[in-house]
Design a protein around this ligand. Structure first.
Ligand code: SAM
Length: 185
């Protein structure tokens, strides 16, 4: 299967294609806050941070440092140029090799990232290592069986295979196309 080429093409158009409104961003931050303890600051890992769509908001909303870990050099370049924040650091790395010390994060986010992760067992070990005991892991995913027949599947058929790696909803409620999974470390 061809890997999705964030380094070759997508970095240039990702921001425009996936822009999130301020209201939607606030809604996501409030959803995360509902699962987190009230003392601040909280340290975040934004794993697969891409062009930094969520990372500065995590730092602002939770008052602490946020580390955006991202394998694509060009997505990181976009993030540094367009989503800078005094408490945010963007670093090279991947789910399989997170360049942060053990127990260094109160919370970790994978926002539309899990389906790209090739070695999920290694990723789970790394997340277990860097998230503090009692900390939270948030995984935002679409459901493979509820993906609409979007235009980009026709433009690049290989991406249909990438999205087939998403979890399936099966017999669950059919009115949701995505979900936020929350785990405690
Ligand atoms: C759909 S984008 C999501 C980016 C960002 N989380 C957002 O919501 O805007 C998927 C990102 O995951 C990154 N990625 C791909 N494989 C990865 C891996 N093994 N570990 C961490 N990130 C990965 C890609 O480079 C890309 O930036």
């Amino acid at each position: 299967m061809e890997k999705v080429d964030y380094d070759v093409r997508l970095h240039a158009v990702y921001d425009a294609g996936r822009r999130m409104s301020a209201e939607a961003t606030r809604t996501w931050m409030a959803a995360f806050a509902r699962h987190l303890p009230s003392p601040r600051p909280l340290t975040w890992l934004d794993l697969g941070s891409g062009s930094g769509r969520m990372t500065p908001s995590l730092a602002t909303a939770f008052g602490g440092p946020a580390f955006g870990v991202e394998p694509s050099a060009r997505m990181r370049t976009q993030a540094i140029a367009r989503a800078g924040h005094p408490a945010v650091t963007y670093v090279a790395g991947s789910a399989e090799g997170i360049p942060l010390p053990a127990a260094s994060c109160d919370a970790a986010l994978l926002f539309f990232v899990w389906h790209h992760v090739a070695d999920r067992a290694a990723a789970a070990r790394e997340l277990r290592r860097v998230v503090k005991p009692g900390g939270k892991l948030f995984v935002q995913v679409n459901f493979a069986d509820l993906m609409p027949d979007v235009w980009w599947f026709r433009a690049v058929p290989e991406w249909r295979e990438v999205d087939a790696a998403l979890p399936t909803l099966g017999d669950g409620p059919q009115n949701e196309t995505s979900t936020l999974l929350v785990f405690e470390a």
